[in-house]
Each structure stands twice: as structure tokens, then as C-alpha cells.
Write a protein that binds this ligand. Structure first.
Ligand SMILES: NC(=O)c1ccc[n+]([C@@H]2O[C@H](COP(=O)([O-])OP(=O)(O)OC[C@H]3O[C@@H](n4cnc5c(N)ncnc54)[C@H](OP(=O)(O)O)[C@@H]3O)[C@@H](O)[C@H]2O)c1
Length: 280
């Protein structure tokens, strides 16, 4: 199948004020897509929109809290009004929080579901009727490598990522190819994500950050998203090694538990040692 020419096809991207969403927006604009930029920090979106327009692209900034369905509906309406019928939507906004399964408060669990899970539904629901009416289009959801596995001290986050994965797969099958649906599964990516996790987790030492050697840039992820827009596929993996490890983990959960437990215990020990030597 020839690669799709994206020029002129409008896309709405949530979480465009930073990281993966911001770089994806820049690459989409460079490919000729009119881009609706959505997030809560609208000043950042305005800057990005100006940068895109200076480069000859088309962009609007839309203040949007994805936890609010009315904000997401407005995002889709504004995109249609400004650029003509929406072609694609990237439900990318999200954050992480650390804490044990029974340790995290109800408010923390509900809060992350409001943004990562409900935010995804809120974003794709108002978009879908337009794509279906047009008889073409693409829904992309930013899930994660951890969608396929629970991680100690990160269960609230990994559960939302698994939910996004399930929603994406079910929707893809329900739509039967009339509209493409893709889930994106990045590994640790060097964005503001980590800093936000630390803040949301009460600034305590992290046990669940991936090793430096196993991290990538938002540009790497955004390029994979662009490839998927041009040549649609169900799942976008940004690391072959991670994809293989996830597959092995699913086939052999005992082995995955062994590795995860070792990693978690090692981190806890290192944090305890650092605290002890700091206090000495
Ligand atoms: N970085 C990683 O290691 C990694 C790995 C796998 C998957 N991911 C996924 O990638 C996606 C993007 O994360 P990132 O790494 O680019 O992190 P980031 O730099 O922290 O960006 C997160 C974006 O989400 C937006 N956002 C958060 N809550 C929102 C809300 N309620 N309404 C609207 N926008 C909201 C933020 O904008 P405002 O604060 O301005 O609203 C920001 O633009 C997330 O879904 C994350 O789970 C990240």
C-alpha cells in the first residue's frame, strides 16, 4: 500500500504542550497537516502554534482539560470549523504516579483514571462521528510499553495504560477498518513525564524509572507516530527489544515476575542505602 500523503489532513493532538505530543505536532505540521494543539497550559500551545505558522504550517491552540468532556467536544468542533473535517485524533495527554496498590489514595486512583482513561474516551468519542461520516480517518491512543504488564509501585498508571490498550484494540475491531485505530507503546521517553511523576508522588525517590540505557527521545516516538499515520498499523512499538520483552512476559509471567521483583527490590535497596548514607 502506498504511503498516505498527509498534506491538508487535519489532526487534533492532546497533550501538545510538552514531550511526545509537542514533537508529534511539529512533525505533523511539517508533513502539511493542519494541527489543533490541546492542553491546559495554553501559553505553551500559543508559542508552538506561532512556531508552526512561522514555518508555513497551520495550527490553532485550544485550552482543553481532557478530563472534561465538554472541553474535548470543543476541541473537535474548533478543529472542524478551522480546518475542515477532522482526519485524525491523537489521544496523547497523560501522566504517571508512583505508589503501592493499597497505598495510593482513592483520589489518586480516580484522578489518573480521569485523565488517562476518561480523557482518552472524552477525546475520541466526539471525533469518531466525523471520521465515520467522512468514511476515513485515524484514531491514535498513546498507551505505553507497560500496557502489557503491571509494574510494582506503578499499578495505577499501568492499569490506565492497559485500559487504553484494550479500548484501542476493541474499537479497531468494532470499526472493521473503516477508520484506522492504533495504540502507541513507547518505552521510557525523555520528556517532562518523569518530573511530573515525582511531583505527583510527593517528591519521594522513584522506584519505577526505567534505566538510562533503556530510554528514548520524544522525536523517536513522534517519528513512529508519523510513520503510522502514513502507513496505518494496529500497534506502534518504538523499541523492538521492549516488544520482545513484553511478549516473553506475557508468555511466561513467572519469568517476568522474577525480573520485575529483582529490579524493584534492587531499587528499594539503593534508595534505602542512599537515605542511610545521607543521614549519616
Ligand atoms: N515519557 C515516558 O516515559 C512515556 C512512556 C510511555 C508512554 N508515555 C505516554 O506518553 C504520553 C505523553 O507523555 P509525555 O512523555 O510527552 O509527558 P509530558 O511531557 O509530561 O507531557 C504530558 C502532556 O499531557 C498533558 N496533560 C496532562 N494532563 C492533562 C489534562 N488533564 N488535560 C489535558 N492535557 C493534559 C500535558 O499538558 P498540560 O499540563 O499543559 O495540560 C502535557 O502536554 C502520556 O500519555 C504518557 O503516559 C510516556
Amino acid at each position: 500500500m502506498p504511503a498516505l500523503n498527509l498534506s491538508g489532513l487535519p489532526i487534533a493532538i492532546t497533550g501538545a504542550s510538552s514531550g511526545i505530543g509537542m514533537i508529534t505536532a511539529l512533525l505533523c505540521a511539517r508533513a502539511g497537516m493542519p494541527v489543533a494543539l490541546a492542553a491546559r497550559r495554553v501559553d505553551r500551545l500559543e508559542h508552538l502554534a506561532v512556531e508552526i505558522r512561522r514555518g508555513g504550517g497551520r495550527a490553532i491552540a485550544v485550552a482543553c482539560d481532557v478530563a472534561k468532556p465538554e472541553d474535548c467536544a470543543r476541541l473537535i468542533d474548533r478543529t472542524n470549523d478551522e480546518f475542515g473535517t477532522l482526519y485524525a485524533v491523537f489521544a496523547n495527554a497523560g501522566y504517571g504516579v508512583e505508589g503501592g496498590v493499597c497505598e495510593l489514595s482513592d483520589a489518586a486512583w480516580r484522578g489518573i483514571f480521569e485523565t488517562n482513561f476518561w480523557g482518552t474516551l472524552n477525546t475520541i468519542r466526539p471525533a469518531l462521528p466525523h471520521l465515520l461520516a467522512a468514511g476515513r480517518g485515524h484514531v491514535l491512543i498513546c498507551s505505553s510499553v507497560v500496557s502489557k504488564m503491571g509494574v510494582p509501585n506503578l499499578a495505577a498508571y499501568t492499569t490506565t495504560k492497559a485500559c487504553q490498550d484494550h479500548v484501542g484494540r476493541a474499537l479497531r475491531l468494532e470499526l472493521g477498518g473503516k477508520v484506522h485505530v492504533s495504540t502507541v507503546h513507547p518505552i521510557g521517553t525523555n520528556t517532562e513525564f518523569s518530573q511530573v511523576v515525582t511531583e505527583k508522588s510527593g517528591n519521594r525517590p522513584r522506584t519505577a524509572r526505567s534505566p538510562e540505557a533503556f530510554r528514548q527521545t520524544p522525536e523517536h516516538v513522534a517519528e513512529a507516530v508519523l510513520r503510522c499515520l502514513r502507513r496505518p498499523r494496529g500497534e506502534v512499538w518504538t523499541s523492538f527489544t521492549a516488544r520482545m520483552l513484553a511478549a516473553i512476559g506475557t508468555a511466561s509471567p513467572g519469568f517476568a515476575d522474577f525480573i520485575l521483583r529483582k529490579h524493584f527490590e534492587g531499587k528499594k535497596k539503593a534508595i534505602a542505602q542512599a537515605a542511610a548514607s545521607g543521614g549519616a
